[in-house]
Design a protein around this ligand. Structure first.
Ligand code: 4AD
Length: 432
């Protein structure tokens, strides 16, 4: 008999079923054993009656949490069962034993992190991983529908993109301190817009930031896009449309998982219904002063506390634009009307989830880029391959990068970004 998922069995509603899964909970008496079986879809109560299984009762009686089983039995509705149905088991086979599964109730975050490979089986992590899968799928779907090509940059890179201080250097054969893990695909993506015009990727990025915050990973998944012939508004519009699309898919597909996470869906709905708030950095400082009594000196980057105070005023992301040139990356386009600011934008998520997208129009004046590289202590010679993009048929272009785990953290309402990825890598954790 063909095995079906527990969800499909519940949908079937009655009759004989064959299932396989893992023991989620077990309890029993001398006469009956109740096993709650789980698979990737949901859980169901299964009843073993001793009268039927006198010969194998010892094995059944000793079944423990996380043992894997195949069962066949008669499905019926029972309102007292955890998901409203139960199976009277007629035959079974233990596929993999489990003894003393280390994870029991109320264990410390550290213990769960050390046992991450086992904690992935929890209902909570299963719910997050399903939402994560929807998010990745929705990002691909969005860019494909908008006519973008998927394109890959190398992970071993010879230049910095987002500042030299948080680069991971790799021993590359005999070369030391000359090869780094990618912080962003960008500098190797810009050359490809001259070929494909509209490109995107989802790839890992690496940041050696010494930050022990709930928003920082050393390895995260980065959804990035780059677009030829565009202006700064186009970049912001694509970012807003992308986030709306991802929310739409998650709300269509993952309401049960959001319920497992006890996520208040009314906090997510405004993202679909309302326009994102757009304001310049200078205006943001004014609002911070007037509405949050926070004084930020013009020219200083916004810190977490200021971002949080600003976004607390809205239920949709704030797209903050035109930051001071000196706090932003060398490749961002100087604003034609004010050389002190750049056409760069950060998307700041509500509920204190922080920056989820960073993007910009790209500077296409070769001399300005060289000057800004030198100002950052970089030797433009190392960037010759990149500077060639400005020498041969340069066009207005731009792009952005979205931190996928930051987006998942916000969607799921997680306290820490570490739960948004299967095996988090942070300053302090690189195992298991
Ligand atoms: O703002 P960032 O540094 O921008 C770039 O890397 C650009 N080169 C992207 C581009 O234009 N193609 O990073 C983009 C996003 C941030 O908004 C944030 O969401 C995420 O990457 N991010 C991190 N996520 C998790 N952990 C970290 N340490 C992160 N650093 C950045």
């Amino acid at each position: 008999m063909k095995k079906i998922s527990i969800q499909d069995a519940i949908t079937q509603g009655s009759g004989e079923v064959a299932l396989h899964g893992w023991v989620f909970r077990e309890r029993g008496s001398n006469k009956l054993k109740f096993i709650v079986l789980r698979d990737s879809t949901t859980i169901i109560q299964c009843i073993f009656d001793r009268q039927k299984f006198e010969n194998s009762w010892d094995e059944i009686d000793h079944l423990q949490v996380e043992a894997s089983l195949e069962i066949r039995g008669e499905l019926r509705k029972d309102e007292r069962a955890p998901t409203g149905y139960e199976v009277q088991v007629n035959s079974y086979q233990v596929i993999g034993k489990s003894e003393n599964f280390p994870i029991v109730k109320d264990q410390s975050t550290e213990f769960l992190a050390d046992n991450r490979h086992l904690w992935l089986r929890s209902r909570r992590m299963t719910a997050i991983l399903k939402i994560r899968s929807t998010v990745f799928g929705a990002i691909h779907e969005f860019f494909h529908k908008q006519g973008f090509y998927e394109y890959q940059s190398p992970i071993f890179q010879a230049v910095q993109c987002e500042g030299g201080s948080d680069l991971f250097s790799v021993d590359y054969f005999e070369k030391k301190n000359e090869v780094f893990l990618s912080q962003s695909w960008q500098l190797y993506a810009e050359p490809a817009i001259f070929s494909l015009e509209k490109i995107y990727t989802i790839a890992p990025s690496f940041r050696a930031e010494p930050s022990k915050t709930s928003r920082h990973l050393t390895e995260y998944w980065h959804a990035e896009m780059e677009l030829a012939w565009c202006n700064f508004k186009d970049i912001q519009n694509y970012g807003e449309k992308l986030i709306k699309h991802v929310f739409k898919r998650v709300l269509e597909r993952n309401k049960p998982e959001l319920a497992v996470l006890e996520r208040d869906i009314s906090k997510l709905e405004p993202v679909l219904k309302k326009k994102f708030v757009r304001m310049t950095y200078t205006h943001a400082l004014k609002i911070l002063q007037e509405q949050a009594s926070l004084d930020v000196e013009w020219g200083k980057d916004l810190r977490t506390i200021e971002e949080d105070k600003l976004t607390a005023l809205y239920d949709v992301p704030v797209i903050c634009t035109h930051y001071p040139k000196k706090v932003k990356a060398f490749y961002m386009m100087e604003d034609p009307k004010n050389a002190d600011v750049v056409q760069g934008c950060d998307f700041l998520a509500p509920e204190g989830h922080g920056e989820i997208i960073g993007g910009s129009q790209r500077e296409h004046d070769l001399e300005k880029i060289k000057e800004r590289l030198r100002a950052q202590g970089e030797d433009p010679i190392k960037y010759e391959f990149y500077l060639d993009t400005r020498r041969y048929g340069s066009v207005p272009h731009g792009g952005f990068g979205l931190g996928v785990e930051r987006l998942i953290k916000w969607i799921c309402g997680l306290d820490s970004i570490k739960d948004a990825i299967p095996f988090p890598r942070t300053m302090e954790r690189y195992k298991p």
